[in-house]
Each structure stands twice: as C-alpha cells, then as structure tokens.
Design a protein. Structure first.
Length: 95
C-alpha cells in the first residue's frame, strides 16, 4: 500500500543543529541531518535518541524552527526523529 499523506514533504539532506532540554533538565545540543521537511513537520537523523514529547529547536541554513518530538526509532547506530512543528501564532486557526 502506498504512502498517502495529506501534506507534501520535501526530501532534503542538510546539516542541522538541534537543541533541547533533556529529562534531567540539562540543555543539550547536537548536529544531525535534516532529511525531510514540510509545513507541519520534519525528520532528523541524529546519533542519540531524543525523548518523545521533548521541545526542540532546529537550525539549518535556510531556517530555524521549533517543534515537539512525536516519535523516534533506532536505525543501525543512528536515530530517526519525527518532529511536529510548532505553528506561529499568525498561522494558527482561531479557536
């Protein structure tokens, strides 16, 4: 069965800096590869897991954005991290 997503995702391979606060309250930062991006999310490849629910900041050559880690999975010695972007206040639908 094919992948049927509602939002177009762009495959890229770009170096990105990732920052977050771990469960112990320590500020963490690492460099990973941004592999996919869309208006609502992104996918990163990093060398250590980032806990689901962590708020992270991502910076790469084209933009900076923040989001919440929604899932991760181990792939060999790396981790694939799925991020849901935080929407800017002007982009949110009114309540």
């Amino acid at each position: 069965m094919g992948d049927q997503r509602l939002v177009h995702r762009t495959n890229i391979m770009a170096r990105a800096e990732v920052a977050w606060v771990d469960s112990s309250g320590n500020e963490r930062m690492l460099v990973g590869m941004l592999e996919e991006t869309s208006p609502h999310g992104a996918c990163l490849r990093v060398n250590e897991p980032i806990a689901v629910g962590s708020k992270i900041a991502v910076k790469w050559r084209r933009e900076e954005f923040s989001g919440i880690v929604r899932h991760y999975k181990r792939q060999n010695s790396e981790y694939i991290v799925g991020i849901q972007r935080e929407m800017a206040a002007s982009a949110r639908r009114p309540s």
